[in-house]
Ligand binder design. Structure first.
Ligand code: NDP
Length: 246
């Protein structure tokens, strides 16, 4: 496949960091977005100390203008984006009958509209160059639903609808579009859940443990090589066997 330019949104987070490391270790030139410069530079320094170079471009993925200028900055620093991992995401949990419009909108804007905002500025270049890999990081809860996460589950299920449509539109252009749906991974997002709730979650996972960010990074890397060019529109569950549906 050779070295490619990869953009991982939310690369400074738990899963994003592992994806950035895996792509950089694979010889790719990797970039991620940031919102807070000091926080991002400190992260970049830690990555460098571990031997991984990751370029930074400022941008909030929940707005089209920011996302586009972020993509253009990545292109300026590294060149056109060949691999896009739409990973940035948030939770704003609450049962629906008490949910505020802001909780709904923040999650839809960050987790789903971001996929439009970031993919739109890279897709034409990929089509022109006849090669691309677009991977959405969705969630097990987009597949099975989750009490208190109507907003999050709607956004995450929407990502897969996006994936299977984009896969059809771009298959003839050497572009594959796939989803990875992680189960519960031991990042800050999950460790913030109260311990007794977390223990109940672990009890539902056949492997008997939370997943690791590296295991999600591996699932992402599965879609990258030329040998994977027949695999498009797939939803790869990486969830320790917790959910085995679509
Ligand atoms: P983290 O909270 O550790 O990281 C989230 C990343 O997204 C951060 O880099 C954050 O940046 C970035 N981000 C959030 N909002 C925006 C925004 N508006 N614009 C730009 N960047 C933004 O989460 P995880 O690593 O745990 O999760 C990564 C993805 O995996 C998410 O999409 C999540 O939904 C999904 N997932 C996670 C699971 C888990 O168990 N952890 C399970 C299933 C799916 P900043 O530092 O600026 O906030």
């Amino acid at each position: 496949m050779g070295a490619r330019v990869a953009l991982v949104t939310g690369g400074t987070g738990g899963i994003g960091t592992a994806i950035c490391k895996r792509l950089a270790a694979g010889g790719h030139r990797v970039a991620t977005n940031y919102r807070n410069e000091d926080k991002a530079r400190a992260w970049q320094d830690r990555m460098q100390a571990d031997g991984f170079d990751v370029a930074l471009a400022k941008g909030d993925v929940s707005t089209p203008e920011d996302a586009e200028s972020m993509v253009r900055e990545v292109e300026r620093q590294l060149g056109p984006v060949d691999i896009l991992v739409n990973n940035a995401g948030i939770t704003r949990d609450g049962t629906f009958h008490k949910m505020h419009a802001q909780q709904w909108q923040e999650v839809i804007n960050t987790n789903l509209n971001s996929v439009f905002n970031v993919t739109r500025p890279v897709i034409e270049g990929m089509r022109a160059r006849k090669w691309g890999r677009i991977i959405q990081i969705s969630s097990i809860n987009g597949q099975k639903g989750q009490y208190g996460q109507a907003n999050y589950a709607a956004a995450k299920a929407g990502m897969h609808g996006f994936t299977i449509s984009l896969a059809q539109e771009n298959a003839k252009f050497g572009i594959t579009v796939n989803t990875v749906s992680p189960g519960y991974i031991g990042t800050d997002m999950v460790m913030a859940v109260p311990e007794e709730v977390r223990n109940k979650i672990v009890a539902q996972i056949p492997t008997g443990r939370l997943g690791t960010p590296d295991e999600i990074a591996y699932a992402v890397s599965f879609f990258l090589p030329d040998e994977a060019s027949w695999i498009t529109g797939a939803n790869l569950a990486a969830n320790g066997g917790q959910y085995m549906g679509w």
